[in-house]
Each structure stands twice: as structure tokens, then as C-alpha cells.
Design a binder for this molecule. Structure first.
Ligand code: FES
Length: 161
């Protein structure tokens, strides 16, 4: 799937804005992602030039750290805890429900508007199963509760069914 990318001039400007004195590749990558939600491919060349690195080095750092996205995030991102305490409270059955309800698959990138991601412990073990939807923590999630939360998140981001 191809994603819209800022053109060369826009990417150059994006990098210039964040490449302040003393900034490292990591701080610039974080700043870019904080600003537009991902690190576009078109930013690789200006980053490499600005920091006197090769394009391969910049690309290597972006792909090495799971945190960095190379494509815009989905409108709705669901992070389901699949660690031990949540597993013991039915997180795998919840996972199956979520996949069937959203028509998406966990950990396979995002299709159109939803991304499902497995995470391992959200620090809410006593309130499992736990998940985050668009960065908001939810505990003791049931299939019915998930459906309600998911619908609300889609509505909030103006995704139509
Ligand atoms: S194991 Fe799920 S929140 Fe800790």
C-alpha cells in the first residue's frame, strides 16, 4: 500500500524545522513523528544530508525502532494486552472477537482506518483484560464494552462505517 508523502520541499522544511542545534537523529525522528504522526520516506534524504549520514543509516534507525512509523497512523489504533494476567482473563477470546468485529488482523499493519496491535502488559494486570484505544487506557474490557469503545473512537475520528 502506498501512502501520501510530503513532497521533497515539504519534507526538507519538516527536517529543517526540527534539526535545531545539538539535535540528534533520534530527537529529530521523535519530533517529526510527534508533529505529523509518522516519519515519511521523503524525509530520509534531507535527514541524511543534514546529519552527514547515509540514507541507509537513517532508514536503518527508522526501521529498527518499532516506535517509528513509516506511514500515517490509522484513525483508530487498538493496542490489546496479550501478556499473562490478561491472557488468564480471556484476552485471546477478546482478540478473536475484535478481529471479527473490525475485519482486521492483529499485528499486520493497518487496513484503511483501523490498526490492531499486540502489546505486553499495560500495568493494569489487576484490571485485565486491558487495552488502549487511540492512547486511552481501558480495563476489564469485554466484547460488548469493546464494541462500544470502538464505535465511539470511530465516531470521534469521523470514520464512517
Ligand atoms: S498483563 Fe495485561 S496489563 Fe499486565
Amino acid at each position: 500500500m502506498t501512502h501520501p508523502q510530503p513532497n521533497a520541499a515539504a519534507a526538507e522544511e519538516l527536517v529543517r524545522r526540527h534539526a535545531v542545534q545539538g539535535a540528534t537523529l533520534m530527537t529529530i525522528l521523535h519530533a517529526i513523528q510527534d508533529e505529523i504522526g509518522y516519519v515519511p520516506e521523503t524525509a530520509i534524504a534531507p535527514l541524511a544530508r543534514t546529519l552527514s549520514l547515509s540514507r541507509a543509516e537513517v532508514h536503518g534507525v527508522i526501521t529498527y525502532y518499532h516506535h517509528f512509523r513509516s506511514a500515517p497512523p490509522a484513525h483508530v489504533t487498538v493496542q490489546l494486552c496479550r501478556a499473562e494476567a490478561c491472557r488468564s482473563m480471556g484476552t485471546e477470546a477478546l482478540k478473536d472477537h475484535i478481529e471479527s468485529h473490525t475485519h482486521c488482523t492483529f499485528d499486520s499493519g493497518h487496513a484503511e482506518d483501523t490498526e490492531l496491535e499486540s502489546v505486553f502488559c499495560l500495568g493494569q494486570c489487576a484490571l485485565s483484560p486491558a487495552m488502549m484505544i487511540n492512547g486511552e487506557l481501558h480495563a476489564r474490557v469485554t466484547p460488548v464494552k469493546f464494541d462500544r469503545l470502538y464505535a465511539a473512537a470511530r465516531e470521534k475520528t469521523e470514520v464512517t462505517a
